[in-house]
Unconditional design. Structure first.
Lengths: 442, 186
């Protein structure tokens, strides 16, 4: 009997309405005769805003501490301790969110979408490391960034990467940065957060593709120091520029470089540059000619880049959910698809017309056309400027940490004999006595 | 030490200029963006009127056990004996046997209230947010079962992984002081 009723209900349900999201009051609310009290659904609140303030305070505190450790204390072991704290706090405790790298996406969205309110904590996370970077370089990368720190802790067998390869691979990071900005600006998603390689660790998640990405980066990171930082991280690129301009820089030696060459191999990230050989004067005219040629080439490169970017924009636009939906609906209408996807089914319940959807798509496509062109031109500009930078003469008299590339990890400090003497004045006496002994033996 | 004083100072001048420009730019950006950034911050929520119960909420959250759970709007419920959100479309018997239930984890509790009414509550510790009951309830019932991001679990990811996968674009950002879109409160 009851099954009969159920069938009738199901039939009436089919007659009354579709499975649309619209609420249908098919059955009147009951009139209870007992003193039954209708419960209400609970609404557990989100994390209190106070925590955001705490996060900002911890960021400021760790950054200042990092400045002190890297510039004044100059002890790698202390820096490592701070790194571990950062991995624990910003990584595992705060689950890797909010971070300045992903904040690039939020900041972009807030610039292009007036309906989006940028949380203050995100703004603080985006600007603070850059602001401190203008004074002290990449101290954020040195001991505060959880992504950098987790990679730094696995650098066990670092192999040198040739400088040309390092520069070329960094173009990938520039591409990633510009695509992230393009996607965020067109409302197509936050790429950086999507492909954050260590999020699976920080959240103890079992999402297999994220886990594989994380393991891959850490595995490679054993041999190639901090691969995400050097070849992927878009925020690192911004910090590189801050590092170039910064008031103070990490110095390998606490005093004057004595050209002992002991630190030459110390940096696992290839950020230590040897002094330059004197530049041969007679090539000056040739250098000038080459520079002019490169500037002309740059113009051509930019034009070509813009063209490629324009050609690729329909492909890029597919990442936008509205564009993807419109394509699906269109292929459905054209009879190329027999089964409607979930997306099409959901779209049908909204009652929006196909034409309105196509118009929306065209609008997004035109912003992708502009954005794609700009990305192409920008990438060409970056590549061109790198080419020019190679040809510009640099004068270095001492062993120096590269202002842009140094991640302020503090490894090289202990390689410098001057630093060792500072840390441990006893070493001077030891070496003196052993020298005297040697002399006596001879 | 520097044999090219001229060149070096030019470079220094350039750097000095860039430095001033960037610190001003950073300050200006901070001011503009801070003026535009409102409190309270935003959190993710599902618009239950858009959701079609596709099932991706159960599988796409970054958490292994999704932060999305089923919520019951009791005031909308018909307290039906034959709940199509509770029972499998073709149940062998109308009792609480697991094999008759729609919910794969048996997260819905069915309790007799008075003739002929039954109360249905969600055991959140069991619900995986698959939306099967939501579809069942919306199809033949009042649609009082719906999915919500539960903020005691949600990490408020910058880009919600389900929002990206949601076919109905049902995920929206809502102010953190009103973090739920309850179906019976609108
Ligand atoms: S380069 Fe990027 S990932 Fe690496 S430490 Fe710096 S901000 Fe973090
Ligand atoms: S402090 Fe800079 S130069 Fe020294 S080892 Fe670390 S990254 Fe290399
Ligand atoms: S992914 Fe979207 S449509 Fe699917 S169940 Fe979740 S909210 Fe509903
Ligand atoms: S059917 Fe799915 S959404 Fe509904 S209560 Fe069970 S697990 Fe939760
Ligand atoms: S914001 Fe993150 S934790 Fe919350 S529902 Fe989305 S994916 Fe899950």
């Amino acid at each position: 009997m009851r099954r009969g009723i159920l069938t009738v209900w199901i039939l009436s349900g089919l007659l009354l309405g579709t499975a649309s999201a619209e609420t249908v009051r098919r059955f009147p609310p009951p009139q209870f005769e007992t003193d039954y009290v209708m419960p209400t659904a609970t609404e557990p609140p989100p994390r209190a805003a106070l925590w955001d303030t705490l996060d900002s305070a911890v960021l400021l505190g760790t950054l200042l501490l990092a400045v002190w450790l890297i510039f004044f204390k100059r002890r790698r072991s202390w820096i490592v301790a701070l790194m571990i704290f950062s991995v624990l706090y910003f990584g595992f405790w705060r689950k890797g969110c909010v971070c300045p790298i992903g904040a690039i996406g939020n900041v972009t969205v807030s610039l292009f979408d007036s309906g989006y309110a940028l949380p203050l904590v995100v703004l603080v996370f985006f600007l603070l490391p850059l602001g401190i970077g203008l004074f002290y370089g990449r101290v954020f990368c040195g001991a505060v960034c959880p992504l950098g720190a987790i990679q730094d802790l696995v650098v066990l067998r670092p192999q040198p990467v040739p400088e040309w390869l390092e520069t070329a691979l960094r173009l990938g990071a520039w591409l990633y940065l510009s695509l992230s900005v393009l996607f965020a600006a067109t409302g197509s998603g936050l790429l950086i957060c999507r492909y954050d390689p260590f999020i699976a660790f920080f959240r103890l998640s079992s999402n297999s593709s994220l886990l594989i990405l994380g393991i891959l980066f850490l595995g490679v990171g054993v041999f190639i120091g901090r691969p995400y930082c050097r070849f992927v991280c878009p925020y690192g690129l911004l910090l590189r520029q801050a590092g170039r301009l910064s008031r103070r820089h990490v110095t390998i030696t606490p005093d004057e470089c004595i050209h002992c060459r002991l630190c030459e191999e110390a940096c696992p990230f290839g950020a230590i540059h040897a002094p330059t050989a004197p530049w041969p004067e007679k090539t000056l005219a040739r250098d000038r000619r080459r520079l002019v040629f490169l500037f002309v080439l740059l113009l051509f490169l930019i034009a070509a880049g813009g063209w490629i970017g324009y050609r690729l924009h329909p492909l890029l636009a597919r990442a936008n959910p509205t564009v993807a939906l419109a394509d699906q609906v269109q292929s459905m209408e054209a009879g190329l698809r027999s089964e409607p996807t979930d997306e099409i089914r959901a779209f049908r319940t909204t009652g929006q017309s196909d034409e309105a959807l196509y118009a929306q798509r065209d609008e997004i496509l035109s912003s992708f056309a502009l954005g794609g062109t700009l990305v192409g031109m920008f990438m060409a500009l970056v590549a061109g400027v790198k080419l020019i930078a190679v040809s510009v003469r640099r004068v270095r008299v001492d062993y120096e940490a590269d202002r842009a590339g140094c991640l302020a990890c503090g490894r090289c400090f202990a390689y410098c004999p001057r630093q060792r003497l500072r840390d441990n004045p006893a070493e001077r006496t030891v070496s003196n006595t052993s020298l005297q002994k040697e002399a006596a033996n001879a | 030490m520097n044999n090219k004083p001229n060149q070096l100072s030019r470079r220094q001048l350039l750097r000095e200029g860039f430095w001033t420009v960037s610190i001003t730019a950073a300050g200006a950006a901070a001011a503009v963006l801070a003026a535009r950034s409102r409190r309270p911050s935003m959190v993710w929520q599902i618009d239950p009127f858009k959701c079609i119960g596709c099932g991706r909420c159960a599988t796409h959250c970054v958490l292994s056990e999704s932060a999305v759970k089923c919520v019951h709007a009791y005031s909308m419920c018909g307290y039906c004996d034959l709940c199509t959100g509770y029972f499998d479309p073709d149940p062998k018997a109308l009792d609480t046997g697991a094999e008759h239930q729609l919910c794969p984890t048996g997260a819905i509790r069915r309790r007799f209230v008075e003739e002929p009414y039954f109360e249905f509550t969600i055991d959140e510790s069991r619900c995986i947010g698959c939306g099967k009951c939501v579809v069942g309830c919306a199809a033949f019932g009042n649609g009082s079962l719906f999915l919500q991001v539960r903020h005691d679990r949600c990490l408020n990811c910058n880009e919600c992984a389900i929002a990206r996968a949601c076919p109905s674009q049902a995920f929206v950002r809502v102010p953190a002081d009103r973090p739920y879109l309850m179906k019976d409160q609108r």
